[in-house]
Design a protein around this ligand. Sequence first.
Ligand SMILES: Nc1nc2c(ncn2[C@@H]2O[C@H](COP(=O)(O)OP(=O)(O)OP(=O)(O)O)[C@@H](O)[C@H]2O)c(=O)[nH]1
Ligand SMILES: [Mg+2]
Length: 305
Amino acid sequence: MGLFDKIRAGLSRTRQSLTRELLAALGKGRLTEDVLESLEEKLLAADIGIETAQAILEGVRKRARGGDVTPDQLLEWLAEEAKGLLPELPPASTLARHGSKPYVILFVGVNGAGKTTSVAKIAHRLVAEGNKVLLAACDTFRAGAIAQLETWAERAGVEIVRHQDGSDAAAVAFDAYAAAKARGHDVLLIDTAGRLHTKDNLMEELRKLVRVLRKHDPALPHETLLVIDGNTGQNALPQFRGFGSVTDLTGLIITKLDGTAKGGALLTLSREFGAPVRWIGVGEGLDDLIPFDREAFARGLFSAG
Ligand SMILES: Nc1nc2c(ncn2[C@@H]2O[C@H](COP(=O)(O)OP(=O)(O)OP(=O)(O)O)[C@@H](O)[C@H]2O)c(=O)[nH]1
Ligand SMILES: [Mg+2]
């Protein structure tokens, strides 16, 4: 499956309910104020935020110039407007070629968001692109977390640096960086424990990890990705603020889009959070993480079928 087909398949739940509702709201194809209002309701129901929905519809209103619109035309316009709201980025999969070796990516997020799986999926992809990848098992908190990452490392065919359960996560990160440097790894991916952004002591632990890592190099980590469960929708805003107060978030990973009809929230997250979506998760397998592509995403959200 190509990138576009995968994104389309991953978004099918959101798209199918959204498209059906939008076309029902369009009725006879006249874009009256009433129809626009009910289109707005449908966008909001897909968890697209109010400002984002209004911006999209304002674009559609201008394009329609008071005339009629066919269902296909409406979807096309919606897709184009949605795409225009998303930042244009270089593809995420080239992220390891930025000249820093090892290139370090830290994964953070609340419990069960999909951090460990995303680490494995990105490792898998980077290996396929010819990179030597190392994983740091910095979730020393949850029982079984290290073993879980080891299993994924085996599947992805990469090495891992680990200490014992309950050990200091910052020390693992420090050692992993030294190991990556010494052994010539291109990329170091750091898995961390799930934590609630409201728990001060846990957030302090994360702050410490970053501080200790920076003893190697103040530019570390090169990226910090906040992993968000797609089912959280727009409610992810407090998570973004909480984690963002501890470390500069460079991007988002939205997981589990395959299981939610709230995929529209991604438009708002990307636009209003000020950190771009870099990857989206559309399944549990190693191949089910896709670099975010605004064109494919917008069309995957707004198209028939
Ligand atoms: N369907 C689907 N499931 C996913 C996706 N990403 C992760 N999962 C599942 O979500 C569950 C939690 O994933 P983990 O990667 O363990 O999450 P985590 O953030 O590391 O969890 P903690 O370490 O406990 O905080 C697992 O059952 C994954 O298989 C996705 O994109 N789609
Ligand atoms: Mg985990």
